[in-house]
Design a protein around this ligand. Structure first.
Ligand code: ZN
Length: 234
């Protein structure tokens, strides 16, 4: 193999190595953040319940003094509930996620009303686009690199894993230990939940950094030997 071929191969290996490391890191981060997202959803439902109870108290205790319309649950409505002591502490400013936004929907063709979050939905309400227009169904949300519970990046890392191993074997005539070790890490990374994928991700990132460092070291070695052979031909 000529020096240029060797350099090109190493360049491809380096690129694949970085891509695979990034893909795996994103994948494990997504899976480990799913648990956090579930906790935020739970907190959001709890906040909705507090508001729903306050509205119910206001409407039951003093009929006609508190009216609530379908649409966004406004800051004014909350202030009104606080002023009349149906609500003890503010809720809207303490929602668990920045994407939370509380709305009121009509149910059973306007007979009753319920609360829902545009991001998290509602605990026991069947969210339909007609009744709850602010709710964005999960399959209609814009694609994000970081998406809790999404394993697509892990699949991408696995697709990159095979050509990387093949290229390395072609060049070095042996399988890289680091690559094999990370191959084993795929399995618990897929099966695990919450904390486990995160720690495996950290371990994987460390191994990737080592592999990138090793490839860079080889690249420098090839450059130096190329320089030496150029010098000797002069
Ligand atoms: Zn929410």
């Amino acid at each position: 193999m000529t020096l240029t071929q060797k350099k090109n191969r190493l360049g491809v290996l380096l690129l694949l190595e970085i891509l695979m490391g990034a893909a795996f890191w994103i994948g494990t981060f997504n899976i480990s953040s799913r648990g956090h997202e579930q906790a935020r959803q739970k907190a959001c439902f709890a906040a909705q319940q507090v508001l729903a109870n306050a509205i119910e108290d206001a409407q039951m205790g003093h009929p006609g003094t508190f009216a609530i319309q379908p649409g966004p649950f406004s800051q004014e409505a909350e202030s009104d509930l606080l002023r009349k002591s149906f609500l003890k502490v503010p809720v809207l400013s303490r929602l668990p996620s920045q994407e939370c936004s509380i709305h009121i929907c009509t149910l059973e063709s306007g007979l009753s009303r319920s609360l829902y979050c545009a991001h998290h939905g509602a605990l026991d309400v069947n969210l339909s686009p007609e009744d709850c227009p602010a709710w964005i169904p999960l399959n209609q949300r814009p694609w994000k690199v970081f998406h809790p519970g999404d394993a697509s990046c892990l699949l991408l890392a696995m697709v990159l894993f095979l050509p990387l191993g093949f290229l390395y074997f072609q060049q070095q005539r042996r399988l890289p230990g680091l690559l094999l070790l990370r191959g084993f890490l795929f399995i618990p990374g897929f099966l695990g939940d919450r904390a486990l994928p995160f720690f495996i991700g950290v371990l994987f990132s460390g191994l990737t950094a080592l592999a990138v460092g090793f490839l860079l070291w080889e690249a420098v070695g090839i450059m130096v030997s190329g320089k030496a052979s150029n010098d000797s031909t002069l």
